[in-house]
Design a binder for this molecule. Structure first.
Ligand code: DC
Length: 236
C-alpha cells in the first residue's frame, strides 16, 4: 500500500491530538504532535532565561535544543524528550501554555522545527498535527484536515484534561488563554494558522471522538486508494 501524509491543523484544544493519535493507530503510522515541540522549546527558554527578543540568544539556544519522541510503555503514546529528559508532563502545564504562542511566533524557532518535522515525514506514512502542517510543513500532503470547535467546548475539554493531570484551572482563565493563543496563532507574520485551500474543514463541536476518527480514517483510505490508482494506472 502506498503511504500518505495526513496533516491535521486547527485551533488549540479542539481535539486535534486525540483524533490524530487514534487515526495514526488505525493507519499504523507514527504520530507527531508538533505543538509539543514548540512547548519543549518554550520550556527550555524559560529554564534558561532566553529572551525571545534577542535573536543571538535564541539562535544559540536553538543549537542546544534536541527534541525527540519515544514510545511510552503500553499506552503506545509518544512522549516528548528535551535533551534526553522526558518533559511530557511539564510541557502540558499552564505556565507553558501562557508563553508558547510568543515563542512559536519567532521565525528562527519555526525554521528549526519545520526543518525537523520535514525530515520526520520524508518517507511519508505519518500523521502530524499542528498549525501549519498543511500550509508550510507539508503543502503536498495527500490529506489535509482543518479542525475547529466552539471555544467554550474547547475550554471545557481543556479543563478536563488539566484536571485529570491534577491541575485545577478556572474555565475563564482557560478561555482567556485560548482566545489569546487563537489571536497570536492566526495573526503572526510567520506561517499563521489558516486553512489550506485543499483542506477538509471539520467542526467537531457536536461530534463524538469516534465520529471524528472514522471520518478522517475514511478520508485517508480514499487518498490511499487514489494514490494507488495513480501509481498503477497513472491516473490524475
Ligand atoms: O497544539 P498545542 O496547543 O499543544 O500547541 C502549542 C502552541 O504551539 C500553540 O499555541 C501554537 C504553537 N504551534 C505552532 O505555532 N505551530 C505548530 N505546528 C504547532 C503548534
Amino acid at each position: 500500500m502506498p503511504k500518505i501524509i495526513v496533516a491535521i491543523d486547527g485551533y488549540s484544544s479542539c481535539g486535534k491530538s486525540t483524533t490524530a493519535k487514534l487515526v495514526a493507530k488505525q493507519l499504523n503510522y507514527p504520530y507527531i504532535d508538533t505543538g509539543s515541540m514548540y512547548r519543549a522549546v518554550t520550556l527550555y527558554f524559560i529554564q534558561n532565561h532566553i529572551s525571545v527578543s534577542n535573536p543571538k540568544e535564541v539562535e544559540s539556544a536553538l543549537g542546544n535544543i534536541h527534541i525527540t519522541f519515544r514510545l511510552h510503555g503500553e499506552s503506545g503514546k509518544n512522549h516528548t524528550y528535551l535533551n534526553g529528559l522526558n518533559v511530557e508532563e511539564e510541557i502540558r502545564k499552564m505556565y507553558i501554555s501562557d508563553k508558547v504562542s510568543e515563542v512559536s511566533a519567532v521565525a528562527s524557532v519555526r525554521h528549526a522545527l519545520v526543518a525537523q518535522q520535514q525530515r520526520m515525514g520524508k518517507q511519508k506514512g505519518i500523521v502530524m498535527d499542528g498549525r501549519d502542517i498543511g500550509t508550510v510543513v507539508f503543502p503536498q500532503a495527500e490529506l489535509k484536515i482543518f479542525m475547529t470547535a466552539d471555544p467554550t467546548i474547547r475550554a471545557q475539554r481543556r479543563q478536563l484534561e488539566l484536571m485529570e493531570k491534577g491541575e485545577l484551572v478556572g474555565i475563564e482563565k482557560i478561555l482567556e488563554n485560548l482566545r489569546y493563543r487563537d489571536e497570536v496563532d492566526t495573526t503572526r507574520a510567520e506561517s499563521p494558522l489558516k486553512q489550506a485551500e485543499d483542506a477538509v474543514y471539520i467542526d467537531n463541536s457536536l461530534m463524538t471522538l469516534d465520529e471524528q476518527v472514522d471520518m478522517v480514517v475514511r478520508l485517508a483510505d480514499e487518498q490511499i486508494g487514489l494514490t494507488l490508482r495513480k501509481r498503477n494506472f497513472g491516473e490524475g
